[in-house]
Design a binder for this molecule. Structure first.
Ligand code: SF4
Length: 51
């Protein structure tokens, strides 16, 4: 249930603020450090860590 509410809030935020890709400021965005398929355009990521 909490995930559902969180997803709805993210959709509302995206609609108003637009997308900002997490990878642009993620410390794993280099070389082969990250192999997630959503890279480099992740807008949500459980592995995100700010540089
Ligand atoms: S860990 Fe997530 S946010 Fe970071 S580079 Fe990989 S896909 Fe992007």
């Amino acid at each position: 249930m909490l995930k559902f509410i969180r997803d709805i809030l993210f959709k509302i935020k995206d609609a108003f603020v637009g997308h900002k890709f997490l990878c642009d400021s993620c410390m794993y965005d280099y070389g082969n450090a990250c192999v997630r398929p959503e890279r480099p355009n992740a807008i949500r990521c459980p592995d995100y860590k700010k540089r």
